[in-house]
Design a protein around this ligand. Structure first.
Ligand code: F6R
Length: 278
C-alpha cells in the first residue's frame, strides 16, 4: 500500500515507489519502460480475470507516444503464446476529424501498426472512432459508440495518456460546468491550440493538423472499472500535478478522474511526478 507520508512512499512492485494521492494510486517508476511493461501486465491480468468471469474482456486504448511501450509489451506477450486477444474487444479513445482510416496519420493506422496487426484481435472487435462520418451525424455516431461500449458490458480497463494541457482522450480544457463535463458523450470536438502544436511535427506543420477530432467522452472513460493513466517527462509535470492535486474542473479534464479516484492508477516517471507534493 502507499501513503501520503512525505517520505517517498512505499516500495511497489516492478521497481516503483507507490503513493496515494486523494485516493488514487500513484506509482513512480525510475524508468518509463518499466512503467509500460507493468501497465501491459496489468491489462493482461484484468483481461484474464474478465474473460474468466464473463468470457470476454473490454479494453479502452489510447494512442500517442506514451503507450508505445505498452503495445510492444502486449504484442510480445502474445507472440510468446502467453495471452490471446481472441476474447478481447477494444475501444480507442479518439480519431482526428475528418480522417481516413488509411491515412498514415490516422489513429486507426497507429493502432494497426502497433497492436492490431501484432495480435489475434478480431477486426470487428477493434474499434476506433470513425473520422469519416458526415459532420452532421458525428455526434449521433459518437452516441452509438457509447452504446456499443455499454452493450459490451462497459470497459474493464481504460488506458490513458495526458496532454500538456490536461486533456484525456481529446476532451479538451473547457468552461463546461462540472456535472455536464462528467456526463459528456463521445462527440465531435474542436482541438485545443496546444494539442495541435504538439501534433504539428507528425503532420508536417501546424497548418496540416486537423482542427477537430471525435473523442470518447468523460462518461465512458469514467465508467471504466479500472483506469491506468501514463505520463512521462517533465513537460507533463504541470498537467499531472493539476490533475491530481488541483480542484476537479473541466478546465483540467484529467482532474475529473478524482471523482472516481479509487479506480485510478497513475504510472509516472520521476520527471512527470516532480510537481507532486507527496
Ligand atoms: C491519444 C489521446 C491523447 C494522448 C495525449 C498524450 O489517444 O487520447 O489524450 O494520450 O495527447 O499524447 P502523447 O502520449 O503523445 O504525449
Amino acid at each position: 500500500m502507499g501513503f501520503d507520508r512525505g517520505d517517498g512512499g512505499a516500495e511497489g512492485s516492478g521497481g516503483c515507489r507507490e503513493h496515494s494521492v486523494r485516493g488514487a494510486r500513484v506509482l513512480v517508476f525510475e524508468d518509463s519502460r518499466d512503467a509500460c511493461r507493468e501497465a501491459a501486465a496489468r491489462l493482461v491480468e484484468i483481461a484474464r480475470e474478465a474473460i474468466r468471469e464473463r468470457d470476454k474482456a473490454v479494453l479502452g486504448l489510447a494512442t500517442g507516444k506514451t503507450p508505445l511501450g505498452v503495445y510492444a509489451a502486449l504484442a510480445q506477450t502474445h507472440k510468446e503464446g502467453l495471452f490471446s486477444f481472441r476474447n478481447v474487444t477494444t475501444y480507442n479513445l479518439d480519431e482526428y476529424y475528418p480522417m481516413s482510416p488509411r491515412d498514415p496519420n490516422s489513429y486507426r493506422t497507429f493502432m494497426h501498426r502497433h497492436l492490431f496487426s501484432q495480435v489475434d484481435l478480431a477486426p470487428n472487435r477493434a474499434h476506433v472512432p470513425d473520422g469519416t462520418v458526415p459532420a452532421a451525424f458525428a455526434d449521433e455516431t459518437g452516441a452509438a459508440y457509447d452504446r456499443w461500449i455499454e452493450a459490451d458490458g462497459g470497459l474493464d480497463a481504460q488506458l490513458l495518456g495526458i496532454g500538456r494541457n490536461g486533456h484525456i482522450g481529446f476532451n479538451e480544457p473547457s468552461e463546461t460546468a462540472l456535472e455536464e463535463a462528467l456526463r459528456s458523450p463521445t462527440r465531435l470536438v474542436e482541438l485545443d491550440v496546444m494539442t495541435r502544436h504538439d501534433a504539428a511535427a507528425d503532420f508536417g506543420g501546424l497548418e496540416q493538423v486537423p482542427t477537430r477530432a471525435v473523442t470518447m467522452g468523460m462518461k465512458s472513460i469514467l465508467g471504466a472499472r479500472s483506469i491506468l493513466v501514463l505520463a512521462f517527462g517533465s513537460n507533463k509535470a504541470g498537467a499531472v500535478a493539476n490533475a491530481l492535486q488541483g480542484h476537479p474542473t473541466a478546465l483540467v479534464p484529467a482532474s475529473l478522474l478524482q471523482t472516481v479516484s479509487e479506480r485510478v492508477t497513475w504510472m509516472l516517471d520521476p520527471d512527470s511526478a516532480r510537481g507532486l507534493d507527496f
